[in-house]
Design a protein. Structure first.
Length: 95
């Protein structure tokens, strides 16, 4: 996992890259980790997970609320779903 640096003037990895690499490490430890995306393409860098672990990636398309429901269903079956989408598109009906 990643740690915060004390010297903030040092440039590190982009947050989205660090998140994806952390998820990839989690998948190596537990194959029940599922990454889900709402059609963000390269913006979230989740496509890197699709390339490295296609069996642990679900592309839900432009359907953020449905993605949350799919994640809940996976969780009820013992999986760990990690969803990414643009927060402004969050639908309160999915909560």
């Amino acid at each position: 996992m990643y740690k915060l640096v004390e010297n903030r003037s040092e440039k590190g990895k982009e947050l989205r890259v660090a998140v994806v690499e952390s998820i990839q490490e989690l998948i190596k430890e537990n194959d029940k980790v599922i990454a889900m995306e709402a059609d963000l393409g390269g913006a979230s860098k989740f496509t890197n997970i699709k390339k490295s672990n296609p069996e642990n990636f679900i592309q839900c398309g432009i359907s953020e609320a449905n993605m949350i429901g799919v994640g809940c269903g996976l969780s009820s079956e013992g999986f760990y779903s990690l969803c990414t989408y643009i927060w402004t598109f969050r639908n309160t009906s999915s909560l």
